[in-house]
Design a protein around this ligand. Sequence first.
Ligand code: ATP
Ligand code: MG
Length: 252
Amino acid sequence: MHSREQRNVHQAPTTSPGRLITFEGIEGSGKSTQCRRIARWLRAQGYAVIETREPGGTPLAERIRSLLLKPLTKPPMDETLTPQCEVSLILAGRAQHVHHVIRPALAKGTMVLCDRFADSTLAYQGYGRNLDLMRLRELNRFVTDGIQPHLTFLFDIPVTIGLARRRSAAHQNRLDRESLAFYRRVRQGFLALAHEEPERIVVLNARHDPDALTQQLTRYLSRWLTTHTSFRPESMSLVDPPRLMNAGHTSD
Ligand SMILES: Nc1ncnc2c1ncn2[C@@H]1O[C@H](COP(=O)(O)OP(=O)(O)OP(=O)(O)O)[C@@H](O)[C@H]1O
Ligand SMILES: [Mg+2]
């Protein structure tokens, strides 16, 4: 997900126009793991692919990411981010990302895999922080200039499991200090979004092991790509889409 990988664009075959595929879900749900694997799989199929992420994706937006994720605790002033400041920074980064990376890549016919995107803003700042959803949707449209994901994979997992995975894996950041109640609102928010747009947002049971998830994703994509791109790799077989979990039956 770093700039070196972003430049690693293979020669485009004929996937014109490109497709924006986003990976969403709470912390530790396995987005980054599957995003990397799916990028590799798509490249093996002959697609031109870039992997990118939010917040971030351009040098400036990556600086904004650091501002967002590093705790701002410099005594004597512990300057917490207001929800309004937080969302403004995220949206500023998204405007840069869409303009400089996503839109040009799509125009070249590239598959753009993005680890978090606009749905995270609705889930975290809307459902999680109670900012007005309609306003957030409008602001998303403003900064993306109307670009929306063609397909979104939502990795759904109970909050406690996701957070435990993260704790054992990564460095902590500012969002790790949030309450369980906050993450539960975010998770339910994501599921509500999937319920509204079942055609675009595919919900996966992220408790499955990584290999099983990759298999579900590649099977789903094999079918999806045949109806959503003009490129037909010879190796791609037509398979039935896997049975994915239904949204809204969660226990945590
Ligand atoms: N399906 C899985 N089952 C068990 N562990 C997993 C699974 N997928 C990923 N992991 C592990 O869980 C941790 C978090 O995974 P990953 O970084 O992919 O999640 P993420 O959704 O990108 O998290 P974040 O939002 O914090 O970036 C990593 O240590 C990863 O190896
Ligand atoms: Mg990640």
